[in-house]
Design a protein around this ligand. Structure first.
Ligand SMILES: Cc1cc2nc3c(=O)[nH]c(=O)nc-3n(C[C@H](O)[C@H](O)[C@H](O)COP(=O)(O)OP(=O)(O)OC[C@H]3O[C@@H](n4cnc5c(N)ncnc54)[C@H](O)[C@@H]3O)c2cc1C
Length: 474
């Protein structure tokens, strides 16, 4: 894959009209590879920008500040994404993730290094076998068996765990007490995922907790899709919202809305990269296979909400905060930026929540969210929060009309029931995007799927052509 990503596909002997729906990372990667191999690629994008769930917010922030509403960190093992970044000449900087953060649990503030002693004091009633261990240790011990069963592809050998939620596994298979599960949920910020697929939780835990280094793109994550857009030699139609897909014997017709009018676009082949949350409301004729339609209907997505606060000084550095804090307040996780200038304005990701936890912010207006956020931050940082406060805003992915949710996260049973069908082509229609990979919720999954789909489609086109004509070697 890395070789194709760096050197491209072989030149096609049968140039075809290819429409890619979505200019997120999967669409841009697949589009670039296919266009450069000699196909005629047009990307239809419902938004007015590239990047999809890479969304860097700059408006209404002081100076060169920005906030990452979507993707913000890249684990060191995500070699496709990191080599793409390097290939495009972008710089990375360290993202502060797995070091010694602070906890605010049951009205007590303590450091991660003291967690072993504090757990007892804050009143979790643990059994003899559980006591004396940190939440990390208890969780790692519990999921060890599941983790060992993962193959390199993260798919085989897991059937026996697939029907379980994280909660079910901890309670009924490991046999942890209620207080132990609540300790894990509180201190590892897992409340939002307790009733989702055990397997997806274990995969995510591996990436977040086993990686030593994380990176972000210097100057903002949006530089990555923008560089790909700059290099793309095909066409991108913005504000082109696909509403109907009609597949005939020799082509596919896409009907899209450009904000004013309904238009059509005919292509020999189509790649759909849009999330299934959105595809669910697109008219498909004739319908795809039964299993694909089931996957589109049922695939689990999680929500995520981020609340950002701009401060006129990064006062938290003097308080010894730089690694993420976890609290049992509605903020749950707080991330601090890695800063070049420690005297100027800075943006704090005051709250990062998923599913259950993120829904608790729904229905509140921006002012109320801002007030509550400051009051919870006071518990971690004291009254100084108010002295340097400039501005706050929240971003919930449920309200983003182009994704209506954050990213794929299986419900129990979905790995076995759906995963074989999510990325399978349907005639002339191919599928790509983070949801078709096993690296759900990561840019790496989108990049990997973009490369995979481009290979799959180009091989199919060239094979179909050479079965009727001899393809000149290139
Ligand atoms: C809150 C959050 C935090 C994240 N954090 C990280 C992180 O730290 N690190 C990491 O690596 N990854 C992270 N991710 C995941 C990462 O952002 C995604 O996996 C990746 O960007 C998905 O790319 P994609 O191309 O599959 O989908 P998208 O980026 O969603 O691309 C799909 C495109 O289709 C377009 N579209 C939708 N409907 C239509 C339509 N009807 N017609 C035409 N176009 C349409 C959309 O506008 C979009 O541009 C995060 C995601 C979220 C939401």
């Amino acid at each position: 894959m890395l070789d194709i990503l760096s050197n491209g596909l072989v030149k096609t002997c049968s140039p075809s009209r290819i429409a890619v729906v979505g200019a997120g990372m999967a669409g841009l990667i697949a589009g670039n590879l296919l266009e450069n191999s000699g196909h005629n690629v047009t990307i239809l994008e419902s938004d007015c920008r590239v990047g999809g769930r890479i969304k860097t917010i700059r408006e209404e922030l002081s100076g060169s500040l920005f906030a990452e509403a979507g993707a913000m960190r890249i684990p060191e093992e995500h070699y496709l994404t990191l080599s793409l970044i390097q290939q495009l000449g972008l710089e990375v900087k360290k993202f502060i993730q797995n070091s010694d953060g602070q906890f605010y649990i049951k009205e007590t503030l303590f450091n991660k290094s003291n967690a072993r002693n504090e757990i007892d004091k804050v009143g979790y009633k643990l059994t003899k076998g559980e006591v004396g261990k940190t939440a990390d240790e208890l969780f790692a011990l519990a999921i060890g068996k599941v983790f060992k069963s993962f193959s390199d592809t993260f798919s085989d050998g897991c059937e026996k765990f697939d029907d379980m939620s994280l909660y079910y596994y901890l309670k009924n298979i490991v046999g942890y007490s209620n207080d132990c599960i609540s300790l894990i949920s509180d201190m590892l910020n897992l409340n939002g995922f307790m009733h989702t697929s055990l397997l997806d939780c274990v995969r995510d835990y591996f990436f977040i907790n086993q990686q030593k280094n994380f990176y972000s793109i210097d100057g903002g994550m949006d530089n990555l899709p923008q560089k790909l857009e700059y290099n793309f030699r095909g066409k991108i139609k913005f504000n082109a919202k696909v509403i109907r897909i009609h597949q005939g014997d020799s082509d596919v017709r896409l009907v899209y809305h450009d904000g004013e009018n309904q238009r059509v676009f005919d292509a020999d082949y189509v790649i759909l990269t849009l999330p299934f949350t959105v595809l669910r409301q697109i008219d498909i004729s004739p319908e795809f296979s039964r299993n694909k339609m089931r996957a589109i209907r049922e695939l689990g997505y999680c929500n995520a909400t981020k609340i950002f606060v701009e401060f006129s000084r990064p006062f938290w550095l003097e308080q010894g905060f730089s690694a993420p804090s976890i609290s049992d307040t509605p903020l749950r996780a707080t991330y601090y930026p890695s800063l070049d200038n420690t005297n100027d304005h800075a943006i704090m990701l005051a709250s990062y929540t998923w599913n259950n936890d993120s829904f608790k912010w729904e229905g509140l207006d921006g002012e109320e969210i801002g007030k509550l956020t400051r009051s919870y931050l006071e518990k971690l940082h004291g009254k100084i929060v108010n002295k340097y406060f400039v501005n706050s805003f929240a971003y919930s992915w449920l309200h983003n009309p182009h994704s209506r949710g954050a990213y794929t996260h299986f419900e129990p049973g979905q790995q076995t029931a759906l995963s074989n069908y999510i990325g399978e082509p349907e005639g002339r229609v191919y599928f790509s995007g983070e949801h078709t990979s096993f690296k759900h919720g990561w840019v790496e999954g989108a990049v990997e799927s973009g490369v995979k789909t481009a290979i799959e489609l180009s091989e199919y086109i060239d094979k179909s052509f050479s079965s009727v004509q001899v393809c000149a070697s290139n």
